[in-house]
Structures are given as structure tokens and as C-alpha cells.
Design a binder for this molecule. Structure first.
Ligand code: ADP
Ligand code: ZN
Ligand code: MG
Length: 476
């Protein structure tokens, strides 16, 4: 196995987050009743004319910029001809020789090493409909709601060298795409789909081996598992002196193996030709620069800045920048409560824990950055103890109340008033002369008992550090 090198290239389809479809005004919302988002244009009825949704083009350019691509000044649409029941026109409007963007790259960390993965192209196309295969009978139904939803296809160079690297690449890519906001990237809803191409060759060989292609993988885990299976299968064939057949495969989750869909001989000839109903696009420098302005700071840059600006560990920076929302939340908090490490600890700890348990995300939690910052302030000032803070936080998380409100309602405020504490401590000493005498006789242990008594009287709300100090003072 180790004398072989693995070569992987990925093709990623991404549904863009536009409100309407790419060539008509039908909505793109997911999950509505079948065939309710259709019109003559997306059904491909004769005599209709497609009109490009400008937002789809903007998003394609933005995707290209996020992946360090060159944006083509001249770009056009082409017809990709094939027949399938989910494609009512019998051709898909796609891009062939002049995609929106080309020659990019994505930097990833693989096994702790920096790697640069080439991006061959980013092009625009329309999605096909969806076949719903019946479970009872041998028939299928077709839902055309998805027909004409804008897609970008991202094609990588065959630069990936292991199945883990392929998965890591997809995770980095998804993170970046979510940052840019061009798609919701929900694999379970088909917003992000992946075809994985893989071949193996002897180490040192410069020619690429014959590849097979795994179609329409809808989870990163499936991509990795499918690729692992293919690598094993290809190597074992080569070991037996057999050849690899270039073919398209389907990953069957149930049997955990790949199943052939079609071989190269049956491959389509798509007879691409320029789409006569759409004029070519001119994507001028001013337009590109306008769009570049909307490109947010991307995860890697943000991570580096967080380390430098806030002095937090690399580990924290990695987690805090895992989504743009978390990073923004962190920065909002730090603006109000400028102790980055404390804020980071609470975000990665209590907040993440409660969010996971409640199945919430940064869009729908009730606790605002201001609220968390206020609570940290109370904690720092000793108004609440660390233990109370967790209780207060849980309440704030559930109710959306401020720390001040929760503390007042529950009577949780920590007693840090010296006068008040002294009075209570005098009482406790009076009530327990034995332990007090023991402590004076240098029995350290007795102090713990007295502190415990003060805590009991105050129901745990006395500031423990102050109680210790005052007791030691009084029993000198
Ligand atoms: P096709 O014409 O079969 O679609 P392309 O050259 O367009 O092939 O490449 C499609 C994808 O397959 C790209 O992501 C590319 O990096 C990858 N690829 C191409 N050749 C190989 C190979 N021999 N091994 C692995 N991946 C490959
Ligand atoms: Zn339509
Ligand atoms: Mg191709």
C-alpha cells in the first residue's frame, strides 16, 4: 500500500443563497410542496427566454475571489445536452470554456502541514429537479422546485493526496463558503454536494493513473469512506495485474461499497455549444472591485489576527473563528469586557455547552454579547462567585434575562461588604468557641470548619476569600 500514491480531485456543487432562481423569478426555498415553484422558464417550455439573476453572478464572482481565482472579464453560458427526467429542457445551462473564475487555490492545514490546493475553475449553472423514488412501487416522481436553482461548481486540481486531506479540504472550503454567505452549505438539504475523483499510482510516477468518480456524495464522512474503499479496490486490482476501468460510481452506504453507474464507453457526449438565449457576460474590473469589498475577512486571516490582537492561544483562535458568528460574538464581548481569555473560556465552555444541549446557534440564542460581558464584569468585581456565575449564566441562557436581573431575583449576590461579613463572622466565632480556640492553638484545620459555618449562615453567598482573611485576622 505504501508504495502507492493517492490522487484525488473534487467537484463541488453549491446552491447559491439567492431568493429567486437563476433564470426566472420562482423562489428557491427548500422543502415546499412539490412542483409549486415552477414556471414556463424553469420547466423549459418552448418559446421562453431565460434572464440571468444578477445576484447569482455576484455570488459566483465572490466565490471565485474567496478562492483566490482570476475572474474572467469575458464569460458565457453553454448548453450541456443530455436527457434525464429531472431535466425538462433536455439540456442544462452551464459554462464550458469561459467560466466565471479560474486558476485559484485554497490553503489548508493537512497533518499540521500547510498545503495549497489548486482550484481549476468556478462556474455558474442551473440545478436539475429531484427524483423521488417510490418505496412501494417501481416508479419515481419528479419535483421541479429545484430546477433552475443557481449553482456554482467548484473544480479542484488533482492535488489532494489522502482521503483525510480530501475531507479536511472540504471542511475548510465549507467554512470559507459559510463566511462569504454565498450558500447555507446544508449537505442534508443538498445545498452542498460533492463528486470525488480518485486514482492511485506508484510513488515517483509522474503520469496520473486512471480515475474513478464517486457521484453526489452528501456527507463528508461518506466522501472519506467512499474514497477509502476505492483506494483499496484500485490498489488490489493493480496488485493482481488488472487495469482500472474509468467509470462513474455510486457509494452505497448500506453495503459500504461502490457500485458502478456507467463506464467511460457509456459516458455522455454533452455536445456543448454556446447558449443562444443568453448574451455573454462582461465582468469588468469595477464590478469585481465592488464585489471584492463585500468579501469578509476569511477564517485563516481572522485566526491569525485573533492570536496577534487578543493574545489568545492558537487553539482558542481556531475554535472562535470556526464560524463568523462565533468570531463576531467574541469580538462584541471583548469590546465591552476587555479580557479576551476570560471571554474565550466562557464562549468555548459554558456557552458552547448550553448551545449544544439546547440545539441552538448564534442566530437564535437569547443571550446577547452585552449580557455575557456584564456577567463577567460582576464576576470580576466579586459580586458573584465563580460557582454562582455558572448558575446565573444558565438562567440567563434560558430566559434571556440580564445577570443583574437573575442575581436580584434569586438573591444570589455575593456578600463582599466587609462590615456585613465581620458581623456574621463575630456571631460564628461566638457560637463555636471550641474550634476558634483550636485555631488559635495553631490547628489549621479548625479554620475550614469556621469558614464552612459562615458559608452555611450566608447560604454560600459570602465572598470566600474575604471570609478567610477576616477570620484569620480576628483569630490572630
Ligand atoms: P472529466 O473530463 O472526467 O470530468 P476533468 O479533467 O474535468 O475530468 O477533472 C474532473 C475532476 O477530476 C477534477 O477535480 C480533477 O482534479 C480530477 N481528476 C482528473 N484526473 C484525475 C486523476 N487521474 N486522478 C484523480 N483525480 C483526477
Ligand atoms: Zn421558474
Ligand atoms: Mg469535468
Amino acid at each position: 500500500m505504501s508504495q502507492y500514491e493517492i490522487v484525488i480531485g473534487l467537484e463541488i456543487h453549491l446552491e447559491l443563497r439567492t431568493k429567486s432562481k437563476i433564470f426566472c423569478s420562482c423562489p428557491t426555498t427548500f422543502g415546499d410542496a412539490p412542483n409549486t415553484h415552477v414556471c414556463p422558464v424553469c420547466l423549459g417550455l418552448p418559446g421562453v427566454l431565460p434572464v440571468l439573476n444578477k445576484k447569482a453572478l455576484d455570488y459566483a464572482v465572490l466565490t471565485g475571489l474567496a478562492l483566490n481565482c482570476d475572474i474572467n472579464t469575458y464569460s458565457k453560458f453553454d448548453r450541456k445536452n443530455y436527457f434525464y427526467p429531472d431535466l425538462p429542457k433536455a439540456y442544462q445551462i452551464s459554462q464550458y470554456d469561459f467560466p466565471v473564475a479560474q486558476n485559484g487555490n485554497l490553503r489548508i492545514q493537512s497533518n499540521g502541514e500547510p498545503r495549497v490546493i489548486g482550484i481549476n475553475r468556478v462556474h455558474l449553472e442551473e440545478d436539475a429537479g429531484k427524483l423521488v423514488h417510490s418505496e412501494e412501487g417501481d416508479y419515481s416522481l419528479v419535483d421541479y422546485n429545484r430546477t433552475g436553482v443557481p449553482l456554482v461548481e467548484i473544480v479542484t486540481e488533482p492535488d489532494l493526496r489522502s482521503t483525510e486531506e480530501a475531507r479536511g479540504f472540504l471542511e475548510s472550503l465549507k467554512k470559507i463558503l459559510l463566511y462569504t454567505g454565498v450558500s447555507d452549505c446544508k449537505m442534508e438539504e443538498g445545498s452542498l454536494r460533492c463528486d470525488a475523483n480518485v486514482s492511485v499510482r506508484l510513488k515517483g510516477e509522474t503520469e496520473l493513473g486512471t480515475k474513478t468518480e464517486l457521484k453526489n456524495m452528501n456527507s463528508f464522512k461518506a466522501v472519506q469512506k467512499g474514497l477509502e474503499f476505492e483506494v483499496e479496490r484500485q490498489i488490489s486490482r493493480l496488485e493482481k495485474g488488472e487495469r482500472i476501468t474509468q467509470e462513474t460510481l455510486r457509494w452505497d452506504e448500506g453495503s459500504a461499497q461502490t457500485v458502478s453507474m456507467r463506464s467511460k464507453e457509456e459516458a455522455h457526449d454533452y455536445r456543448y455549444f454556446p447558449e443562444p438565449d443568453l448574451v455573454p457576460m462582461e465582468i469588468g474590473a469595477p464590478m469585481v472591485e465592488e464585489i471584492r469589498k463585500t468579501l469578509p475577512e476569511l477564517p485563516l486571516a481572522k485566526r491569525e489576527r485573533f492570536i496577534a490582537q487578543y493574545g489568545i492561544p492558537e487553539y482558542d483562535a481556531e475554535i472562535l473563528t470556526s464560524t463568523r458568528e462565533m468570531a463576531d460574538y467574541f469580538e462584541e464581548c471583548v469590546k465591552i469586557f476587555p479580557d479576551p481569555k476570560a471571554v474565550s473560556n466562557w464562549l468555548m465552555g459554558e456557552l458552547a455547552r448550553h448551545m449544544n444541549a439546547a440545539g441552538l446557534n448564534f442566530y437564535n440564542i437569547k443571550i446577547a454579547p452585552q449580557h455575557l460581558a456584564d456577567m463577567l464584569e460582576m464576576l470580576q468585581q466579586g459580586k458573584i462567585s465563580g460557582k454562582m456565575a455558572k448558575e446565573v449564566f444558565a438562567d440567563m441562557f434560558a430566559s434571556g434575562k440580564t445577570a443583574g436581573q437573575v442575581v436580584a431575583e434569586k438573591g444570589l449576590e455575593q456578600i463582599s461588604d466587609r462590615g456585613v461579613l465581620e458581623k456574621i463572622i463575630d456571631e460564628v466565632i461566638k457560637k463555636h468557641p471550641g474550634p476558634a480556640a483550636d485555631y488559635r492553638a495553631r490547628k489549621e484545620k479548625a479554620l475550614g470548619f469556621l469558614v464552612g459555618q459562615v458559608m452555611k449562615v450566608t447560604r454560600g453567598s459570602a465572598n470566600p476569600q474575604m471570609v478567610n482573611e477576616i477570620l484569620r485576622d480576628k483569630l490572630k
